[in-house]
Ligand binder design. Sequence first.
Ligand SMILES: [Zn+2]
Length: 474
Amino acid sequence: MGNFIKYLIFGVIGLVVIGILTYQYSDSAKKQVQLQALDTVHDLATNRMKKQAENGSTSVAAEFINLPIEATEVADGVFRVTGIGNIYMVTTDAGNVLFDTGLVMQVPKQIAAMKEVVQDNKLSHIILSHSHADHIGGVKYWREEGVEIIAHDQFTEEQRYLKALEPYLHNRNRLLFPFMPEKPPTAEMIAYGGITPTLTVKEGDSYRLELGGKVMEIYAMAGAEGADNVVMWLPEQKVLLSGDFFGPMFPQFPNVFTMRGEKIRKPMEYIKSLNRLIELAPEVIMPGHLDPVRGEEKIVAGLTKMRDAVQYVHDETIAGMNSGKTLYQLMETISLPPELELSQAHGRVSWAVKSIWEYYATWFHFDRTTELYGVDRGDVMPDVVALAGVDALLDKARSFNKAGQPVHAMHIIEILLADPTQASDPSVNKVRLEALQLLLDEAINGIENSYEIYWLNAQIRLAEGAIAEEGEAP
Ligand SMILES: [Zn+2]
């Protein structure tokens, strides 16, 4: 990490110097130099991540960066550049329309790749599927005088809160994705945000764009990655450019609520959006990540399954709340019936149950008086540890591990971890590691939810770190 940060710092200083030097030159010359500098930073960062991948210490998310950056025609007059985030260009005689702009680091290579297949690059519109960094990063490099930027009416608000909470969210993301730089980038040319759409579409509305004889419809519909989701529909070709409406694959149980810590997303609005897409009956889905999905029958069946699965989990949660079941009972017992079975690699049913519960009932679970006050359970845990004895607690945790109940073991271990004198103790961390390994095995051999795996790996690194540190002490 040290070297990577050094490279990144040199890279960023380089960018700033180049930025100052080119300030007096024309906009396009400035852009050109900035793109070259950006490309250098990209290559350094990519090499670093590739090394991590070789060491096996990385995640599926890091592998996204190894996807080749290539441009191809994916439907008549629709071009795609691959990368971490896909960029699409719909070409017309009256100017081209860009759908999403990728992650800032990949912009130089993605622009160059697109130029190889679309010689007439005259842009008239940029459509932004939502405000996430892997979709809006390239706007300032693609945009030229007079280009319209179309986004959801909620785009500005989503971008505002993501920027306001950037340090907090960055730390959370960095725990899951340890290859990320220590701090979010601040240099203007790579910093997140600052995009002002020139035209917005309200939730539930659509905007019809007719350009050079081609029709494009932009639908504003809350999606699986935020309230500011828009999709673009090409009615003549029955092609849907979906951004992250479905998440990174199709079909799957959607990540209606992400554990990364973003704002809550509304389950019933998502179902409403899915119903609109079912009515369109797309023949092709062009997603924000990975490859197009083709075949109307398969697509409509997938959309219907996703809608019914979200509705099922939603209804079961509400029924459970009304019948007096506890949140944890519902997390344990609600599962998709066989006919609605979907991949939970991204979204997870038990977390959706918890999120739907909290979406309706919010922060006070009505269980414990202490929930109402600012004194943490951890504040009395050192007393509990002293009363019970460290050895007795560790024995209990070990026996839970042996019985194949790692979550039970984790509850005991968390009592110990709340005590600062125990948190760094190697024997506590060894039992912690056992429980985490059991959970990881279950996750890998079970539903393979990537976020659960990222989290467990992060916790394993912390436990291993505590064990190694103690071992090195004299
Ligand atoms: Zn994305």
